[in-house]
Each structure stands twice: as C-alpha cells, then as structure tokens.
Design a protein around this ligand. Structure first.
Ligand code: AR6
Length: 179
C-alpha cells in the first residue's frame, strides 16, 4: 500500500478487489465495448451489482477505446460505476494514448458529477494484454496531469488484484507524482 498527497488530494495504491471498495463513491469498470458482463473486473462488477447494471448500460453501448460512461452502482457499495473501454495492447494504437484517454475521461466525468472519490483497476492490464509497468506509468502520469485541475475529486485509489501489480503501482507512485 502506498499513498501520497497531491495538492491536498490523495492518490493511493492498494491490493484488493474492486468490488469491495465500500468507502468510495465511484468504481471504474475495465469494460468491454458492449458494456456486458465478461471476465476479470467486468465479470466481478456485474456479478456483484446484479442484472440491473447490464440493463442500465445496454442503451449506452457500444463505447469506443478511451471512452468513459457512467451508471448507477445497483447492488455494489458504490453510488456509481464508470465504465471505460481500455485499448487492446498492440491493436488499438497508440495504446498509451488510448489508455491515458480512459483515465482522463473517467476523472473528468467523475468531476462533472461532483464525485469526491474514485477507484480504478489496472485498465487493459488483464485480458487486453497491456504490460503492468507501462499501464502503471500511463495511469499515474495521467492522474498527475488531470487531478490538480479537478474541483470535486479528492481521492483516487488504484486497486490492484495481485501483490506483484500492487508493488509495481506503489513503487511508481512516488517516482511519478513527486518528480
Ligand atoms: N478487482 C481488481 N482488479 C481485478 C479484479 C478485481 N475483482 N479482477 C481482475 N482484476 P481485466 P482488461 C485485474 O481483464 O485488461 C473482460 O473480460 C486483473 O488482474 O479485467 O481491460 C472484459 O469483458 C488485471 O490486472 O481488464 C473485457 O473484454 C486488471 O484487473 C476485457 O476483459 C484488468 O484486467 C477487458 O480487459
């Protein structure tokens, strides 16, 4: 676990499950274009949210790489789910640009809804094949650029499923944000 302060706002990296972030207003889904249940994060969030989530999402699909859309949290402990379609590594090129767009769009959408806290998984770093070191670099650089100009968002949490991924994000956190 690592945590730093950026202009009075908190950025933190923790090991855990994105469906168990009870103190967070909006959780981010590493979605598929159709906004349907799938594997990984999308499967876990839809399972925990219940079928109402897919029903609410259907009219918003399909979404494009880099895009972010918002729904209610249904049976999740969060008020909102923000659904992002990450790039498929090596296919949706330049992958780093489209991944940064996910984080930027999700953060700006959260701010436009007066959301104060948001939790992200490592978008694209599972089924979509993005190497975790690069995924962490893009994620943290984008938060560094975008967070200072947001009005509502005061806490950004990265929730990493495995110990290795958590270490990569945590060690990148200081070097990226404090440099
Ligand atoms: N909580 C936090 N992180 C998780 C969880 C969880 N419950 N489950 C997996 N991860 P992925 P993608 C990690 O594949 O690469 C889906 O099938 C995982 O270890 O969920 O953007 C969708 O339907 C990895 O580090 O998302 C899409 O088709 C990271 O979350 C496609 O996969 C992202 O893995 C999206 O692929």
């Amino acid at each position: 676990m690592a945590q730093i302060e950026l202009n009075g706002k908190i950025v933190e990296c923790v090991r855990g499950d994105i469906t168990h972030q009870d103190d967070i207003e909006a959780v981010v889904n590493a979605a598929n274009a159709e906004l349907m249940p799938g594997g990984g994060v999308a499967g876990a969030l839809h399972d925990a949210a219940g079928p109402g989530l897919a029903e609410e999402c259907r009219p918003m699909a399909p979404i494009r790489p880099g895009e972010a859309v918002i729904s209610g949290g249904h049976n999740l402990p969060n008020r909102f789910v923000i659904h992002c379609l990450g790039p498929v590594y090596g296919v949706d090129e330049p992958s780093d640009y489209w991944l940064a767009e996910c984080y930027r769009n999700a953060l700006e959408l959260a701010d436009s809804k007066a959301i104060e806290s948001i939790a992200f998984p490592a978008i694209s770093a599972g089924a979509f094949g993005y190497p975790v070191e690069g995924a962490a670099e893009v994620a943290l650089n984008t938060v560094k650029q975008v967070l200072p100009r947001l009005e509502s968002v005061k806490r950004v949490r990265f929730v990493l499923f495995g110990a290795g991924d958590e270490q990569v994000f945590s060690s990148r956190l200081k070097s990226t944000i404090e440099q």
